[in-house]
Design a protein around this ligand. Structure first.
Ligand SMILES: NC(=O)C1=CN([C@@H]2O[C@H](COP(=O)(O)OP(=O)(O)OC[C@H]3O[C@@H](n4cnc5c(N)ncnc54)[C@H](OP(=O)(O)O)[C@@H]3O)[C@@H](O)[C@H]2O)C=CC1
Ligand SMILES: CC(=O)N[C@@H](CCC(=O)OP(=O)(O)O)C(=O)O
Length: 333
């Protein structure tokens, strides 16, 4: 258990995930944001000008990133909501200052450098840190060992793993699970991009059989998966539809009861009686999970908010638990 308020900094605070995290940190009495940064190229800007819906009563300034700004402040935790390459570059210097790093990007989600390079298309600048990083899929987190770099899972992997891990771990699946997941456009970040502009967005699969979240999901499950992401014409939320073939034992098991038992202690994951909608969870830290089964087939549907459960919310819970605090501080009233 930590005593006192945790002094923290947020990098990438002008982005969607970073701004969402600032809002959670401001609701969390155990954390104090001592600095928030955009990229080095950006002018300082007041957070409430950028995100009035989150920051109406805050006077926090978001400053251009400059490591030297940390020289004269005491910082225990840094949250990185940065592009993957920027996180991989900046994290080692923060760790060298004795700061615990919670990384929302994909920079530390793979255990080894070859898998990382294959998924992300560049060599990791600090490969030795990969083996030391802890993957923070929260229902499976237990504070067994000390770490200093914490990898927050991707948004699609969070939804997919909540659906599949309880079945794979129990040996209830045979063959290859098939995941089709539709994401709102905020999943692509705030930066301008023709493919995510208002007039272009329709309903379209992308990264088919080559998205970097396929190996992330596979690594965590210990089995192959087919993963197809789809960009949908809405702002917030992911709906992951996961279709599996059950083993004989899986087919005779009440899977709803199995999921309820799995998540009984995890109030953010709610097993619901009808297939969920992204609007049921948008702007909330919850995942809604539904399972339907017929003979040897099961379809598990999970809805999350990509920016909360899929990014900032899971980072908030991770930091709470690493520092021995109430797991849901900042997340639940
Ligand atoms: N969006 C989502 O649903 C999810 C995102 N993530 C991950 O979280 C991270 C952030 O995503 P998101 O918020 O969507 O992205 P955005 O594009 O919205 O924000 C990126 C942020 O990083 C800053 N930045 C960019 N380059 C640098 C750099 N070299 N040094 C310092 N700061 C930099 C930007 O500053 P500036 O504004 O000044 O350019 C901005 O604050 C990504 O790694 C993403 O993959 C994870 C799960 C879900
Ligand atoms: C809709 C959309 O573009 N989604 C992003 C994934 C969301 C995300 O940011 O996940 P990571 O943290 O793993 O990067 C994508 O497919 O790249």
């Amino acid at each position: 258990m930590s005593s006192g308020v945790i002094q923290c900094v947020v990098l990438g605070a002008t982005g969607y995930a970073g701004s969402e995290l600032l809002a959670l940190l401001h609701k969390n009495p155990h954390f104090s944001v001592v600095k928030a940064f955009g990229s080095a190229e950006r002018e300082a800007i007041r957070w409430r000008e950028l995100a009035p819906q989150l920051a109406a009563h805050s006077s926090l300034m978001i400053e251009p990133w400059d490591m030297a700004q940390l020289d004269h402040v005491s910082v225990q935790a840094a949250f990185l909501a940065l592009p993957h390459a920027a996180s991989a570059d900046i994290a080692p210097a923060l760790l060298a200052r004795g700061i615990q790093v919670f990384d929302l990007s994909g920079a530390f989600r793979f255990h080894n450098a070859c898998d990382f390079a294959q998924a992300y298309g560049f060599e990791h600048p600090a490969p030795t840190l990969l083996a030391q990083a802890q993957y923070m899929l929260m229902p499976w987190y237990s504070a067994q060992a000390e770490h200093s770099v914490y990898a927050i899972p991707g948004c699609y992997p969070t939804a997919s793993l909540l659906a599949l891990k309880p079945l794979v771990d129990a040996g209830f699946i045979q063959g290859t699970p098939v995941i089709t997941a539709i994401s709102g456009v905020s999943g692509a970040g705030r930066g301008a991009n023709p493919a995510t502009s208002f007039c272009e967005v329709s309903m379209k699969a992308y990264g088919v059989l080559q998205h970097r979240h396929q190996p992330e999901i596979s690594q965590q499950l210990g089995c192959d998966v087919v993963f197809t992401p789809v960009l949908g014409p809405y702002a917030r939320g992911i709906l992951a539809v996961c279709t599996v073939t059950l083993t004989e034992q899986g087919a005779v098991t009440n899977l709803q009861a199995h999921f309820q038992a799995q998540y009984a202690e995890h109030v953010l994951v709610q097993v619901v009686p009808a297939p969920p909608a992204v609007n049921h969870v948008a702007h909330t830290p919850f995942a809604h999970l539904h399972v339907a089964q017929k003979e040897s087939t099961a379809v598990i549907t999970v809805a999350i908010d990509n920016l909360v459960m899929g990014a900032a919310g899971q980072a908030m819970q991770a930091a709470n638990q690493v520092f021995g605090l109430n797991a849901y501080a900042g997340l639940l009233p």
